[in-house]
Design a protein around this ligand. Sequence first.
Ligand code: TNX
Length: 498
Amino acid sequence: MTAFSVIPQPVSLTPVPETCTLTADTRIRVTHGPGEAVAAWLATLLRRPTGHHLPVVASSAPAVGDTGGDIALLLDDPERLGREGHLLDIGHQGVRLRAHTAEGLFRGVQTLRQLLPPGVEHAGARPGPWTIPGVRVEDHPRFAWRGVMLDVARHFFAVDTVKRFIDQAAAYKINILHLHLTDDQGWRLAIDRWPRLATYGGGTEVGGGAGGHYSKAEYRAIVEHAAARHMTVVPEIDVPGHTNAALASYPELNPGGRAPDRYTGIEVGFSSLDAHAEITYRFLGDVIDEVAELTPGPYLHIGGDEAHSTDPADYARFLARAQRIIGERGKTVVAWQDAASAPLTRGALVQYWRPAKGSEPDTRAARDAVRQGARVIMSPADHAYLDGKYHSGTPLGLDWAGHVGVRDSYAWDPATLVDGVEEQDIAGVEAPLWTETVTGAGDIDFMTFPRLPALAEIGWSPARGRSWESYRDRLAAHGARWTAAGVAFYRSPEVPWA
Ligand code: TNX
């Protein structure tokens, strides 16, 4: 196995016949400014397992003799490699990471982290030595959108579980956290002007458990935790279908003025907001006001999927108003592919989710989106869904799109998936974790790992040069990292775990 089991595979990685060892004398030197937060993050990661003090000092501080061994994080790279790009040099003189932005430093630090021994992921002290192989890495991403989605509506997950999910994804340079906040089974975010959405509509989940919701302070804590890992949170308020929790909370949102019961099953497509009622748009405007206010990032996801009980003309009418509401709040619309059947506003992003290979009727939505000038986020269910069963015996997950083995999660390319949708039409890729069958952090681990790293590599690494064999062998080395971190991953027989 190679000593350089980095995922995603960097654009260029050249071994250098030297090593660098972190010692009690190692310091983290950093350019004054936004890089300091990255240095602090790295120090926190390394201090516990290594037991070393690792003081963060100014980059102008003189190197420690010729043993070097310092880690230098420098914001002196020309813009050439882009916002997330970076250069990483490791040798007997120490570690030097250069980028143009703090974000670039943060991504590069994830590469450094994967070059350290697996024990670096352990929460407690481990024996060293903390030796890193010499290398020169030059890197930048293929796509700007490398997302993961967590459905907190079908089952609710506490803030700490979401933070842990963020931490795990950040290690693979994932930069978007899409939170599916509302669905038939639960409304998970407090909305001041419509309080019963959360207090009543959030009070259950699939299977009839107690559910839950995030207060605004809790939600802000998630957004801040993600931001500190250079990850943008994209909140989804799924409308006009998938709305039973809202309809159950407010009778006046229903055409007959009668609220349905709360729902704890896993059917889809039976609920709809009323496209002809003004209260629908007052409701949506209020909700989007408050969600936008909690969202520093540019995107709001309005769902739009599986509105099987909304008449097509009503759907188009609803979507036009909904998109306007989002535009008026200065945000960019994201919607599931179903929305491409209606007119899309400028700059909209459409998330492709059906299984796809070529020109099948299902893929028309992606072409419709592109024809309208929208860009596509690729989440094909038979490759990218983290809730697909690995195989028929997998205790969790669904199989409507077939099984998603580890090789399936890797062996596809967004730019060759759908005829007529090419590299420049694609914003990036995203792996959704729907949670009808997923109830706790252990379940999340099991479905997410080892599949999320595949999505991360597809989104980051150049298409040319990607191979399943190389990926599989690098992935094998990550099992020890997950074990050290306490991640309950699925030990797929497709991977020769070290
Ligand atoms: C389809 S994918 C859905 C979700 C389900 C998922 C289960 C999409 C936009 N909608 O409502 O949770 O399948 O795999």
